[in-house]
Design a protein around this ligand. Structure first.
Ligand SMILES: [Cu+2]
Length: 114
């Protein structure tokens, strides 16, 4: 009986562990500046995303997320919806055209910190 209880406790522990499992991935996201950085990172302020950090120079976004709560496809979609193209998703023209001039990375890819 004691052994059975122990087994149940272990199995429950494993299950909780599986649900809290996070994955780390790096994806390419196009943008120009620190405003873009804030926009991209804010777009990923969502349930299931533990961390999102975009690098202005490398255009690489590091995301730590829980795949049981949010899919990688959804992550690409959220970024595209905010106005930024990724390697897999394209921002709608209607959203892109509303970005500030300095952020228009398609016509004027120009990395700047301000
Ligand atoms: Cu920008």
């Amino acid at each position: 009986m004691k052994n059975l209880m122990l087994l149940v406790v272990i199995l429950l522990g494993l299950q909780v562990n599986a649900q809290n499992k996070t994955e780390k991935t790096t994806l390419k996201v196009f943008g120009n500046c620190s405003q873009c950085k804030a926009r991209i990172e804010n777009a990923l302020d969502q349930k299931g995303i533990k961390m999102a950090e975009w690098n202005i120079k490398s255009k690489e976004l590091v995301v730590v997320y829980n795949p049981t709560k949010i899919s990688l496809e959804k992550i690409h979609e959220l970024i595209a919806k905010s106005g930024h193209d990724t390697e897999k998703a394209t921002a709608p023209d209607s959203v892109y055209s509303e970005l500030p001039g300095c952020c228009l990375y398609r016509e004027n890819p120009h990395t700047h910190e301000d």
